[in-house]
Ligand binder design. Structure first.
Ligand SMILES: [Zn+2]
Length: 275
């Protein structure tokens, strides 16, 4: 082999090695970040995806396309409703009854005390009740290292005074990132609270059009499906949610999703906590 040929081979090998090396570093960083954010989003205990039955999920316009409706899969999904009970909670319960599905309600302490019959109805229908605190204000809820725990304890007492049962599942206002500190989280963990965030935001607090909201939700579910994540959808007990809910449920049912109430033993979806 001539020196020239040797040089060409060496240079080629060097370039290939360098490419593989840099790619692995970039990919590694990406995967590490993804793992941190999403490591807790897979509910292995109940994740029953039938991958081979799905070709694609797509929504191409404001309405749901046929291809989105024809799927035959079985996989879990969690619907969650925050900030209630409100004047719309009973409508939501009626819709859930109509479709014979269960969900989870993260309630605010004062709303619990003002609407005891609704709280009781949620319990009797076997939906899960979680606590969402008292003040729902960032400046108060996250004020000290123990304020989140104090608010959840107050909320728990309120629910328990009506249902007779303790509440161990919680969602902190506005989600755990970026407000909840590690020490606040540690106190909640010590008290055996199981904290849930979400990975699908219905945006029902900002979108006032039920068609837009439906499209947004189903788009997000589609993205999670491609990444094999169990969807946890954030809703609020609001009028637009009541309007959009039947269409969303029908679409998800037709896709084969199984609607589950959150169970204490389920692996929670949590955002990454700041330190
Ligand atoms: Zn809230």
């Amino acid at each position: 082999m001539t020196p020239r040929k040797r040089l060409i081979i060496f240079t080629t090998l060097f370039c290939i090695s360098f490419f593989i090396f840099t790619s692995s570093i970039i990919l590694g960083k990406h995967l590490t970040f993804e793992a941190k954010v999403e490591a807790t989003t897979l509910n292995k205990s109940s994740y029953r995806i039938h991958r081979e039955k799905i070709s694609e999920l797509s929504i191409k316009s404001d309405i749901i396309t046929d291809s989105f409706l024809k799927k035959d899969v079985t996989q879990p999904i969690y619907l969650t409703f925050d900030d209630g009970p409100t004047e719309y909670t009973e409508d939501i319960l009626e819709i859930l009854d109509r479709y014979e599905i269960k969900s989870t309600f993260f309630m605010l302490s004062n709303n619990v005390l003002h609407n005891p019959t609704v709280v009781q109805a949620v319990k009797e229908k076997n939906h899960t009740i979680g606590c969402h605190g008292v003040t729902h204000q960032v400046s108060k809820f996250y004020k000290t290292s123990s304020s989140p725990l104090d608010e959840m304890n107050t909320c728990k007492t309120s629910v328990q005074s009506i249902t007779g049962e303790p509440v161990n599942i919680i969602r902190v206002p506005f989600g755990s990132f970026p407000h909840l500190t590690t020490s606040q989280k540690a106190k909640l963990d010590q008290a055996k609270y199981v904290m849930w965030d979400w990975n699908v935001d219905s945006n029902d607090w900002s979108i006032h059009n039920e068609k837009k909201m439906t499209k947004s939700v189903l788009d997000q579910v589609q993205k999670l499906y491609k990444r094999e994540r169990v969807p946890v959808i954030l809703f609020h007990d609001k009028e637009v949610t009541v309007k959009a809910l039947p269409t969303i449920i029908e679409a998800l049912k037709n896709l084969g999703y199984e609607f589950l109430p959150i169970d204490e033993k389920d692996i929670p979806v949590q955002f990454k906590i700041q330190s």
